[in-house]
Design a protein around this ligand. Sequence first.
Ligand SMILES: *[C@@H]1O[C@H](CO)[C@@H](O)[C@H](O)[C@H]1NC(C)=O
Length: 228
Amino acid sequence: MAKLTHTLCLFLVIFLAVQESSAVDYTVTNRALSTAGGVRFRDQIGAVYARQTLDKATQFIWSVFQQNTPSDRKSVQSVTLFVDDMGGVAYTSNNEIHLSASYVGNYSGDVKTEVTGVLYHEMTHVWQWNGNGQAPGGLIEGVADYVRLKANLGPSHWVKPGQGDKWDHGYDVTARFLDYCNGLKHGFVADLNKLLRNGYSDQFFVQLLGKTVDQLWKDYKAKYGNIS
Ligand SMILES: *[C@@H]1O[C@H](CO)[C@@H](O)[C@H](O)[C@H]1NC(C)=O
């Protein structure tokens, strides 16, 4: 009997392990090996580390969004990272992340940590809801940088808490504001993302925090002495 139980346990462990690992497939394709940045990616970051990072980012994002079951999440079976010979930093579309080889090549400093942060940001775009396309672009980018911030991957050049001109400026400015809002009610960003599954309204802030987004922004600015 003990032996049977052991065998059953072993099968259960294997079953769970297979389920867990087969949930999302990650592929890394370096299409820029003829460029200095593509070679730097290969030598200083590498496909193995990049794949691990895509997986870790996904687990982290699901936890920030409090998406504990598959039905809470977007249905995505595979994510591909391309290192491309292109300008800019990175973008994501159709569950494909495109990373600029020249950005990697020109980056001065710890390029591995920087790319890790960029991948957390881009991976958030894979998983976040966007209000059926109605959410302000600045909010979408702010949520992506909020995830990067919470992963302790925010770069030192980002604005400090309280800085910025408007709540939906995007990126670091909006990420800091969302962090303030989340401090008022733990799980705010997760709840906001859930509401974004079906649409967008500024009223979501009232619904979740009892104040308009403009009032919240005023409170936030005042808390930090209205610095610019
Ligand atoms: C730096 O960026 C420029 C412009 O995008 C690009 O042409 C060049 O190849 C990059 N340098 C490296 C080392 O990647």
